[in-house]
Design a protein. Structure first.
Lengths: 613, 613
């Protein structure tokens, strides 16, 4: 169990932004006024993104709920304000903790922030950690012997930068080669390089969704906030097993497997990186930052961290949040000092991919009560609104990946992804190919339709042939027996077996138990949910009607059941585009309260109850 | 010219330490109360060394010379004190800037600090950046799934640490292998490793004096503050030239030379590192930090930074202060994440070796007016006391290295290092060997003695034979002619030539012009100097009487002319032993005012005047 009681002891801020109606927000105490405003859509001026360096985020605290002067003067405030201004309540918003209820005046922006649309209806103000600054410097002389690095840093005096050795090596050479007209490359507080001339237009980042099955890379233009190229490929770790447990097992059986799995993941990332750079016609040297979202096992493996404690009780991670790394730590050949940000994880089975998803869907800012379900071998569930969030993981098993299904396959060409019994059998097949198997969404559709026409009963059993002929005469002849099992033939060799139905029942029961127990923990009923978000590549293809019919998701009006797409990748993009969003991902670790289901006495009863459709 | 008018606008602190008489100190405004106290020998409790993390350095501001409440409340103060305590003036000393005159109560230390003696009569309180903490952790369980890293960090909650990826990789494996009894390895704010069991007794650092000619390595036990092993060797860059200018030239003539010089320096450091570890029976993996002092050219070269701008007008460095590096950036094979601190430089010709020397001799804390002279091809001079410091560089030429001297040689076996004419010729020879040449101190002695007996006149000319016979009949037959030059035979083939005397005259005139102009700039007379410190391996061997007689140093009573030894190496040791001293080295960049001599109109007149003995 992590986090404290959600929403407990929040403080309220009344934000008075010039030319806008007052806005009241509540945040955990100690959060900076800058973050509190930014998270709630009130833009505060800043070029450093809230790092206490640019001294542009000036606000005035005009009223406090606590003792007067409750907002302390930070060490940098005296450098930004006169003593009179300090007395009048002026503070740098990024260094001003919201320690009690406050009223805060926010001046109009001096620069119009650029914004981009990312995630699920999210509008994000562009504030990447990667900055470029073109400067024209005075040439040194005997009366001006200021060292090269200090000369450059003096021209960037709104930032407080720590130079990488790489930049120290470059600075003198590049300045002299480029007539003292250079571009400083900054990531967060680090000066990572100095480039000749004006390269400020060339600023790229790379977002990875490192899935167990599929890995997606998106190359982003950080100046425009737009994607330049997207590529995906199968994770090269596939030969070591289809799911995380089999890959963890591989490392436990063979001491050399960890290095091999690490290298396979790195090769996957590197290959994708070079592909998107080529497609986008961007030099890999101009990619200065990487953000990566993945489940805990994938993150452990790509970093070469032993995943064994994730796989055996008590299921412990090495770390929830990781330090900022170098892209080269992930085996990437981009700018040699490019940084890498790994999205934090909530727990061994609610990983950085789910945190990224919660970020991309704005789970912590939406006032509506929403249910987020990432359906897969391990199913992650998040429930709540801006005030309170709960999360859990449910072991759904491999039904949705097609692994334990007789004619199961991944969602690729030839997979049946939709099934309608009208009463004739209408199939949607991926890639307009001949059907060769059944993927997860097709499985749910098939079961759902067979339930609707009555060929499956509520307990999940195929009805006797006689009853089938009575209930659905056009379909009854498709019931057959393969081996000792009853099956329903969908097309040619592709059928749905009795055991397949059982697999789906187990998966569905695990997931439904998960969200039902979360609802109970939250103290709300199913009917109070205002939106269901189906995440992950599987969720995107799932038919809302079928999902409702088999009881996988609450019985909402269908338009309220939304496919959220690849939200893990969207979350990684958000982290690249905005340092605030990145901070928001870390904040989610405190905001989301993890609920462990496996030690609950009522789990098994619920689970058995929910096996029926 | 760097720095501002020294001593200008300082603030005064009255420090009231429990059980000690009040102490008044003056420091530049903005310096933290912690540093102001530490620099002036008043110990303030701290386990983090003034990094704002341990919250132990509690002091009470009882009076201010400015507006009440002039010491701002820092962001961490509310976490260390109650609102009442804050109102009463309690502050964390390391985050409290001395913005105006203050009176400060310093509580007694709760832990007795260890101290070590380093440098020239310096007593330093041991506070290395390298810390080790042994902890015994609770084993995780289903009801306690705290991740491994967080479990460890929670046991170190007086520190705010950023873990290296290396530590993230180690933490889970080491904890489980060692029954959750582990030692955290911390350097500054970084958690660099986790070691099984209790290794807290094994904590080492390595101090380098990276000289152009000689490189010295000292392995230090950071727990005890004592040296374990010392080794020196010739810089493997020697084949590229004897002095910095010839090495800079090498890089300008051959594009591949920079890499080769870098590698030669690294190989020198690495070889010494392995030697001292072997001698001290210390595993290189237990060396967690390195401090390096060297002149600007040596530092540029070892880091692979192009030194050309140092060698040509306007003589510009890449950087005065460098970021914290990894020891591996210097080619060292120690702990893989060992850090490296390079002592900062004041300018292209007043390098980190001189800053280290000023630190080791306490130039910025001694109340006496002192003159520090590092004699060498480039001679660095520092003049001043705790209130004000001036520095300059004088190009002495290679006389002291023996390079341009007919029978000159380095101070190694067979070199004449002392000369007495009593009136017989008494020679001190290094290594009790037959004399084969004359090193710098022998040169100064020989000239000084020949002046005393009258065989050299004040203008530096050998007197005519007839006069020689009259003045020193026992020595006159040693005057001879070699080629077209008059010489004085010291022993066998070893002689001092007329041109040798001229070389020394030039060197001595350059140095004497340097310190005389500094005295003038400082506004004091030669007779006000209370101590002369002769630094560097050359200074250590120089006879004070001879140095005075030829006018190389001011004519002080001989006991006031002190050989300071290898102060650059001592400064590097200080930086390893104490984070305060390390901060002190950086502070010296602001405290020492650099005086450029070459553009002074009176330089040449002075120089010519001082050519005579």
């Amino acid at each position: 169990m992590t986090g404290e009681g959600p929403g407990a002891g929040r403080v309220r801020l009344r934000l008075l932004a010039e030319g806008r109606p007052p806005k009241e927000v509540s945040v955990p105490p100690g959060v900076s006024v800058f973050e509190a405003a930014s998270w709630n859509g009130v833009a505060v001026d800043s070029t450093c993104g809230g790092h206490g360096t640019c001294r542009k985020c000036k606000v005035r605290v005009t009223g406090t709920g606590g003792p007067a002067g409750a907002v302390p003067v930070s060490r940098l405030d005296p450098r930004a304000f006169t003593p009179e201004q300090l007395r009048d309540g002026w503070r740098l918003a990024c260094l001003a903790p919201a320690v009690s209820d406050l009223e805060v005046e926010v001046p109009a922006l001096s620069t119009r922030p650029k914004a981009a649309t990312v995630g699920v209806g999210r509008q994000v103000i562009l504030r990447p950690a990667v900055q470029k600054r073109y400067v024209e410097l005075a040439e040194p002389s005997l009366s001006d012997q200021v060292p090269d690095l200090e000369r450059l840093l003096a021209a960037l005096d709104d930032l407080e930068l720590t130079p990488d050795l790489h930049a120290v090596r470059a600075v003198g050479r590049v300045m002299r080669a480029a007539d003292f007209k250079v571009t400083a490359v900054v990531v967060d507080d680090a000066l990572i390089d100095v480039e000749p001339g004006d390269t400020s237009g060339s600023r790229y980042g790379l977002a990875f969704d490192l899935g167990t099955t599929t890995v997606v890379a998106t190359l982003l233009d950080l100046s425009a906030g737009t994607p330049v190229a997207v590529r995906s490929m199968l994770n090269l770790q596939q030969p070591y097993g289809a799911d995380v447990i089999s890959r963890i097992s591989a490392t436990m059986l063979d001491p050399a497997a960890l290095d091999r799995l690490r290298d396979a993941a790195r090769e996957t990332l590197d290959q994708l990186a070079l592909e998107v750079c080529k497609e986008g016609e961007v030099s890999p040297e101009h990619v200065y930052e990487v953000a990566l979202a993945g489940n805990a096992t994938m993150v452990h493996l790509v970093l070469g961290v032993d995943p064994e404690p994730l796989g055996v009780a008590p299921f412990v991670m090495a770390a929830r949040a990781l330090p900022v790394l170098l892209a080269s730590d992930l085996g990437l050949r981009l700018h040699p000092r490019a940084r890498a940000v790994v999205l934090p994880a909530l727990g061994a089975y609610v990983g950085g991919d789910v945190v990224a998803g919660a970020l991309a869907t704005g789970m912590d800012r939406d006032r509506r009560l929403r249910l987020f379900i990432d359906v897969g071998t391990n199913c992650e569930i998040v429930l709540g609104d801006a005030d309170r969030l709960l999360a859990t993981a449910a072991p759904a098993g491999p039904a949705f990946e097609g692994a334990q299904i007789r004619c199961g396959m991944r969602a690729s060409a030839g997979a049946i992804e939709t099934v309608r019994l009208t009463p004739s059998v209408e199939l949607g097949v991926i890639g307009d190919a001949e059907p060769v198997g059944l993927c997860g969404s097709g499985l749910v559709d098939a079961v759902s339709e067979l339930l609707r026409v009555g060929l499956l009963d509520r307990s999940g059993r195929f009805v006797p042939d006689a009853e089938a002929v009575r209930l659905a005469p056009e379909l009854a002849d498709r019931l057959a027996t393969v081996g000792r099992e009853r099956v329903f033939t969908l097309a040619g060799e592709v059928y749905l077996s009795q055991r397949d139905v059982r697999e789906l029942q187990f998966a569905k029961a695990a997931i439904a138990t998960g969200w039902r127990l979360l609802l109970q923990e939250y103290g709300v009923g199913e009917d109070e949910i205002q939106q269901v978000l189906l995440a992950g590549s599987f969720g995107s293809y799932l038919s809302p009607a079928s999902a409702v019919r088999i009881g996988l998701v609450p019985a909402l009006a269908l338009p309220r059941i939304v496919s959220a797409g690849n939200v893990a990748g969207e979350g990684a993009k958000l982290a690249l585009l905005s340092v605030q969003e990145r901070a928001g991902a870390l904040a989610l670790l405190k905001e989301i309260h993890y609920v462990e289901l496996s030690d609950r006495p009522d789990f098994n009863d619920r689970f058995v109850d929910l096996l029926s459709f």
